[in-house]
Design a protein around this ligand. Structure first.
Ligand code: AMP
Ligand code: ZN
Length: 116
């Protein structure tokens, strides 16, 4: 379920410190160490899934929960009404730096437009 060499698995286990904003039986969420906006939370499955290419049908409850958790965290951090951006970077072209699936919840100011 976990990869002993993975930085996000270590954060989930408490071996590396983080600022937790949410936890349930499937997910752990914490503030990004290098925030791109006033709110920048990483929503991470407790199961080590490398990236979006490695999600299976078995993971559909986890994947769905990532979105409902994002809604709840956005509401908790009072950015739901103004809006926010949800991003999952995947692989080299997606500039994924940490090979453990994570959903970026970014907000607290208008996002750049257009994306790309
Ligand atoms: P990505 O490029 O989508 O893989 O995003 C990885 C994110 O993890 C980046 O935004 C980093 O700032 C963030 N990050 C890396 N190490 C840590 C850490 N120890 N605690 C919190 N966020 C981290
Ligand atoms: Zn991991």
């Amino acid at each position: 379920m976990q990869d002993p060499d993975c930085i996000f698995c270590k954060i989930i286990n408490g071996d590396i410190p983080s600022t937790k904003v949410y936890e349930d039986e499937l997910l752990f969420a914490f503030n990004d160490i290098n925030p791109a906006a006033p709110v920048h939370v990483l929503i991470v499955p407790k199961k080590h899934i490398q990236d979006n290419n490695h999600i299976t049908a078995e993971d559909e409850v986890i994947a769905g929960r990532m979105f409902t958790a994002a809604k709840e965290i956005a509401s908790q951090l009072k950015i739901a009404e103004d809006g926010y951006r949800l991003i999952i970077n995947t692989g080299r072209h997606g500039h994924q730096e940490v090979p453990h699936l994570h959903l970026h919840l970014i907000g607290g100011q208008p996002m750049q437009h257009p994306m790309g």
